[in-house]
Design a protein around this ligand. Structure first.
Ligand code: ATP
Length: 377
């Protein structure tokens, strides 16, 4: 690939602490681009979210979506504020609309603990976690969003029915993605085992989900596909989380388990994510706009830095740009080194390391070469 590959990045800082974690991330990405070279990153910031809705009556402007559609990747902070809602009471969540529009079916949620960062489980094995949860993000129970059917009188319904949708096509592409990721992780020394998380013993749709998983597993040469019921998975994520490698599950289960995963890492500010579709990808921290800490310099930017690592890796993989992959490795290592060498304790763990302290430690690890030491070994 040419040494001048330029990537257009649509940036949606969004609401609350969104801009507070996005600004340092973009600055660090610019530093890495200039330091490593061989590729370009061009950022364009877009206004969208709850505050934008309050100001203009539109949460996600069409022109911004159309530019995002053409961009190479989308970097997002957080959107939504509890006190700004649509007239029908729903929260403003343009990120969900983006998932639907761009068919971002694979929600990738790594659960990786950083050496030196405080974690809630005492077992030493829980301090070296490295597994990935893949959350189906276009169907499942979320497909019933806004379509609840009520029985009885409108002013005092007697029952509410929400529908879960699981399709063959949606499940096949999800499981293909999971097995491909498992194979990639195996090459990097992980077990590479993919486990289907469901409730196939109770709900017919999940039995269907599991059957498709087994079919796709066979196509990927896996003769003994691994399954686990979601309740057992929740138990094991607390008791023995080191047993997992790649978990793949339905939308709502994934929503819940990914927060449990973030908890294993110590908090929402540590948990990165990527939502990947056939042609688009959105990278954002797992956390929301955290209105309770906005404007105080307390937001932990680590999750956004690690989401940017995922963005660099994805751009490098899909376009074959080695320097971009290297930038991802350098940023990943810089975050690791920052926690290892500085005794950082983010405020969500009860410590005093805010946005500035964590950013400065990461920037220093890049600037003085610690983030690149040993990378080529
Ligand atoms: P959403 O529904 O949009 O996911 P939420 O209200 O469930 O949002 P968050 O906004 O993620 O959740 O906040 C949950 C808690 O975690 C809050 O107390 C918030 O202050 C804290 N928190 C979230 N992100 C961070 C962060 N980056 N740094 C520090 N604390 C955070």
């Amino acid at each position: 690939m040419s040494a001048n590959t330029a990537f257009e990045i649509s940036v949606f800082p969004g609401d609350g602490i969104g801009p507070e974690v996005i600004d340092p991330t973009v600055a660090i990405l610019q530093t890495l681009r200039d330091r490593i070279g061989g590729f370009d990153l061009r950022f364009r910031s877009e206004a969208a979210g709850a505050a934008h809705y309050k100001e203009t009556g539109t949460a996600l402007p069409e022109e911004a979506m159309s530019r995002a559609d053409k961009a190479d990747a989308i970097l997002l902070g957080a959107m939504g504020m509890p006190d700004i809602r649509y007239p029908d009471g729903r929260e403003i969540a343009p990120q969900l609309d983006m998932r639907e529009t761009f068919e971002l079916f694979a929600g990738v949620r790594p659960v990786r603990t950083l050496p030196g960062a405080p974690v809630p489980l005492g077992d030493p094995r829980a301090q070296n976690l490295d597994f990935v949860l893949i959350r189906e993000s276009t169907e499942g129970l979320f497909a019933g969003r806004g379509k609840t059917v009520f029985d009885g009188p409108a002013d005092r319904p007697t029952a509410a029915h929400d529908t879960q949708t699981i399709t063959r096509a949606g499940s096949e592409r999800l499981f293909d993605f999971a097995f491909n990721l498992g194979a990639k992780r195996k090459e990097r020394g992980h077990a590479g085992q993919v486990t289907c998380i469901d409730k196939a013993n109770v709900i017919g749709g999940f039995y269907f989900f599991r059957q498709i998983f087994d079919e796709v597993a066979a196509r990927h040469g896996v003769s003994d596909p691994a399954h686990m019921y979601v309740d057992a998975c929740a138990l094991n994520m607390v008791r023995r989380p080191w047993m997992f490698d790649v978990l793949v599950t339905e939308n709502m289960f994934g929503d819940i388990l990914s927060d449990l995963g973030a908890g294993l890492m110590g908090g929402m500010g540590m948990a990165p994510s990527a939502d990947i579709g056939p042609r688009h990808a959105v990278f954002q921290p797992c956390h929301g706009s955290a209105p309770d800490i906005v404007g105080q310099g307390l937001a932990n930017p680590t999750a956004t830095f690690l989401s940017a690592v995922m963005m660099l890796e994805w751009l490098a993989d899909t376009h074959g740009v080695a320097d971009c992959a290297r930038a991802g490795r350098v940023l990943d290592k810089a975050v690791e080194v920052a926690f290892r060498d500085n005794g950082l304790v983010p405020t969500e763990y009860g410590g005093s390391s805010g946005t500035r302290a964590i950013t400065d430690a990461v920037v220093a690890a890049i600037a003085d070469g610690r983030a690149e030491a040993g990378l080529d070994a």
